[in-house]
Design a protein around this ligand. Structure first.
Ligand code: B12
Ligand code: SF4
Length: 498
């Protein structure tokens, strides 16, 4: 069976990086293992028009990934498919996985969407593929409407799936069980991507060509539930791949694919410190530690002791991020971060002492924030002095506790899912005394105060990649403050791309 996996066009308002979509790489890998002919259409890098792609490949089944700001583009993509051929269209990914707001049904109400996969996708995707292929055998003339016939109700037992029968009825099956054995999954199918079209993973970093920069996921899930985080999408149960499985994939990336940089995409890679120490020992023993790697999403500061970090440094860890979020002692309790500021201070000290570059993630405009607490966040960022401070404007994503808090006690300023990007100086909500004006003011101040320090500028100028990326850095600095016009242009470009 021919299967198309699609990442709809979605570039951030700033000149963003593009990296191969790991979810599609996993789904492509399980489809190939099933015996399907798979093609990935990543609209961010593709030169062929989408219509030409469809006419040439003639898929029997299409899967589209979607996060929140991308969802409307996913619907447009679904419509573009149905304009050309009547094949089943499946949506999956973070946005449709949030059922508290019935976002699976929201997508199914779009006439062009037949099925939605909620949460971890590989199992349901393969079950859907089996059903579609079984149906195809008996149906010389394929039509999604027949597949979705309520009399057949073919998907009634597929867990993790919501679907629409052709009488318009919406159905939501029970959740799928989390994949217990992550080693049972094949490695991501990078060969399905046009690797030379991508950039490397982290902003303002080394000039490594995209085809030499890879991601790896050594564990899935996160046992924490910070109030602002969309973590509810993945199962709460934290699961890790085995030592052998991770080392073998790492070897494959380095030796077979020539990786020059690896980004570890785990949400919380250091939940079990001993596991990381073992992996580090393995990377050193297997002589894979010459390739630098980074923790893209950060690791938990309360589980980052010096010994572990030193070992990770020896194993090639170049940079790690830590989620700090706020500099106020009460706010950090309120957001359920389960870490205190002294522990965070120590984690940064440990990382720096181990020779690891640091990134701090901070949020401006958490519910309950005041001018004083936000100033404390800026001051704390300056005290910690990471190599990169990333200040995000609080964006209440559906499915998070913050979203519920705003719904009950505040006022959303965003009317459209496409406004849910957060590389943008615009406030997304107001609540009590926390006005949009105040948040926007403090957001700009955060970047100004952190980055325009003589000490920071001097240090940055000494780094080679500051100069190799000077143009890009300057553009980002400017667009972080003045992004609006660009975003409107972006929207127009997205809409006209199909
Ligand atoms: C790497 C990453 C990025 C990278 C690369 C994105 C990419 N092209 O892959 C970059 C830095 C560009 C990025 C940017 C953004 N990201 Co991001 N990102 C991630 C991160 C850390 C890992 C994603 C990943 O690869 N996961 C591993 C794969 C295997 O899991 P998965 O993506 O969830 O996919 C599984 C299921 O969702 C499902 N599935 C997914 N797609 C499909 C499609 C089909 C057909 C099916 C059947 C199933 C299915 O099956 C997959 C396999 O089990 C996640 C956090 C996380 N833990 O997922 C955030 C996350 C996805 N990002 C998030 C956000 C908000 C963004 C931004 C919007 C932020 C912003 N700046 O405004 C932008 C959007 C950029 C864009 N162009 O779309 C949120 C999404 C929340 C939401 N409701 O949409 C997440 C969940 C972070 C969080 N905890 O809040 N991101
Ligand atoms: S912010 Fe990090 S620790 Fe908190 S829930 Fe999200 S992934 Fe887990």
């Amino acid at each position: 069976m021919r299967v198309a996996l699609i990442n709809p066009k979605f570039r951030l308002p700033i000149d963003t990086r593009t990296s191969p979509h790991l979810a599609l790489a996993y789904l492509g890998a399980v489809s190939e293992r099933r015996g399907d002919e798979v093609r990935v259409y990543d609209a961010d890098v593709e030169e062929q028009s989408f219509q030409d792609f469809l006419r040439e490949f003639k898929p029997h089944l299409a899967g589209i990934t979607t996060n929140t700001p991308q969802v409307k583009q996913s619907w447009r993509t679904a419509a573009a498919i149905k304009d050309v051929m009547d094949i089943p269209v499946v949506l999956g990914g973070p946005h449709v996985s949030v059922v508290s707001e019935e976002l699976d049904y929201e997508s199914l109400r779009q006439p062009q969407v037949d099925l939605v996969v909620r949460g971890e996708g590989e199992g349901p995707w393969i079950e859907i593929s089996d059903i579609v292929e079984g149906f195809l055998r008996d149906q010389p003339e394929f039509a999604a409407a027949k597949l979705m016939d309520p009399a057949l109700d073919l998907f009634r037992e597929t867990r993790g799936v919501s679907y629409k029968t052709s009488d318009g009825q919406l159905h939501r099956n029970a959740d799928a069980t989390p994949i217990a054995d992550l080693d049972s999954l094949p490695w991501p199918a990078y060969h399905l991507f046009k690797m030379n079209k991508y950039t490397n993973l982290q902003p303002a970093t080394d000039a490594i060509p995209g085809e030499r920069s890879f991601s790896i996921l050594t564990s899935r899930g996160c046992p924490y539930r910070c109030t602002f985080c969309s973590q509810s999408i993945m199962p709460i149960k934290w699961r890790a791949r085995s030592y052998d499985n991770v080392i073998e994939e790492w070897r494959h990336l380095v030796k077979d694919l020539g990786a020059l940089e690896i980004g570890v995409l785990d949400d919380s890679a250091n939940i079990r410190k001993q596991r990381l120490v073992q992996l580090a020992d393995g990377l050193i023993a297997e002589k894979l530690n010459h390739v630098p790697w980074i923790f893209v999403n950060g690791i938990r500061a309360n589980l980052a002791d010096y010994e572990m970090l030193r070992k990770l440094k020896q194993a090639g860890l170049k940079r790690t991020a830590f989620g700090v979020e706020t500099g106020d002692e009460q706010m950090i309790i309120k957001i359920d971060k389960h870490v205190d500021h002294d522990t965070i201070r120590q984690a940064f000290k440990n990382a720096k002492a181990a020779g690891i570059e640091t990134i701090g993630f901070f949020i401006i405009g958490l519910p309950g924030d005041t001018r004083e607490t936000m100033q404390k966040t800026i001051d704390f960022a300056i005290e910690l002095d990471p190599m990169i401070a990333n200040f995000s404007m609080m964006t209440p994503y559906p499915g998070t506790i913050v979203y519920e808090q705003v719904k009950q006690n505040g006022r959303f300023l965003v009317q459209d899912w496409e406004d849910y990007v957060f590389f943008d100086a615009k406030a997304r909500y107001e609540m009590g005394d926390l006005s949009a004006e105040l948040m926007e003011d403090m957001y700009r101040k955060a970047y100004r105060q952190f980055y325009w320090r003589p000490r920071y500028v001097m240090r940055a100028m000494q780094r080679k990649d500051f100069w190799t990326r000077f143009g890009r850095n300057a553009r980002i600095a400017y667009r972080t403050i003045v992004p609006r016009k660009e975003k409107n242009d972006l929207r127009k470009a997205m809409e006209s791309s199909l």
